[in-house]
Design a protein around this ligand. Sequence first.
Ligand code: X2X
Length: 339
Amino acid sequence: MTISRRTLLQGTAAATAIGSFHIGRANAQTPEFTYKYANNLPVAHPMNIRANEAVEKIKDETKGRVLIQIFPNNQLGSDTDMLSQVRSGGVEFFTLSPLILSTLVPNASVSGIGFAFPNYDAVWKAMDGELGAYVRGQIAKSNLVVMDKIWDNGFRQMTSSRGPINTPDDLKGFKIRVPVSPLWTSMFTAFQASPASINFAEVYTALQTKVVDGQENPLAIISTAKLFEVQKYLSATNHMWDGFWFLANRRAWERLPEDLRTIVAKNIDAAALLERADVAKLNAGLKDELVSKGMTYNDTKAEPFRDALRKAGFYAEWKKKYGDEAWAILEKAVGGSLS
Ligand code: X2X
C-alpha cells in the first residue's frame, strides 16, 4: 500500500483510542482482556457512536473484565492493513464491508451485487435471514469469527467534481475511486468507467488532489467524512447496498470464557440494530444538508443502469463466480431474477 502523509499523521494519533479514558480511572480493576476494535469510519459516524456505547455496557456487565478500546478513522491503517491485523491477532475486532472481505472470503460479496435490493426491508430480511446465514457460514471457514448482525453502511450514491451522473453514459471514462474489491471494479468496468481501487483512508486526499474525479458512498459517509468539501455533484443512484460485518480474530474470541463471549456478542449485536436505525434516519435527512453545504443534487432512474450491467454481462459473470447455490439464495432474497 502507499502510505500518504495523511495516513502517517493518523498513525501517530493512534495513541488516543476512543475508549481509552476508561484506563485512567483510579479504582478500575485491571481488565483481564484488553482488546482492540479498529475501523475506517470517522468518530461522528453512528457506527462509532453505537460501538462506544456497547463497549461501556460490556465493561459494566463483565465487571471490568473485558475492556475494548476503539481505534476509529483508520488510525491503525487502511482496511487492507486492518484485515491483516485481525487475521493475525494484531487487533481483536474489525468491521469491514462484505465486498472488501471478499478479498479473503470470495462469496462474501454476494450481498453487494448492483441494484439487487429494492429497499431496507428486503436488506434486513435477507441479511438477518438466509443470505446472511450463508455468508456467515462462508466467513466461518476462515480464521475469523463474525457476529450475527451486520451493521449498516447504506445504499451507495455517486459524487463527482466533474459533473452530475444522470445516466450510465455519464460513467463512460469517469475516473472513480472504488474500494478494494473485485466486485466493485467489475461493476464500474461494466459501466465503462475507469475505476481505481483505493482504500477509504486515502479517499479524501485522492479527491482533493484529483487523482480521481468521483467516488461512491452512502450519504452518512459523504457527510461525516466531509467528502462534500472536495466533491460538487451528488447523484442519487442507490446502485448497491453495503454493510459492515463485525469480525473477531478467532483465537482472541476463543480465549474469552463462554459467559464473557455471550455478553460481548449480545451488546455488539444490539448496537448494530441501533446503528441501523441511526443510519437510516441520517440518510433520509442528509440530502438537504449536503445541498446546503454546496452540493448539486440529482435523482436517477435505476433501470438504465441495471440494463447497462445486464448488457455488459455483469450479472451472468457473477452468477458463474458465486455458483448456483449462492445466486439462488440472493435471488430468493431480492424477490426475482437478476440476470
Ligand atoms: O471504503 C468505503 O467507501 C466505505 C467506507 O464505504 C467502506 O468501508 C466500504
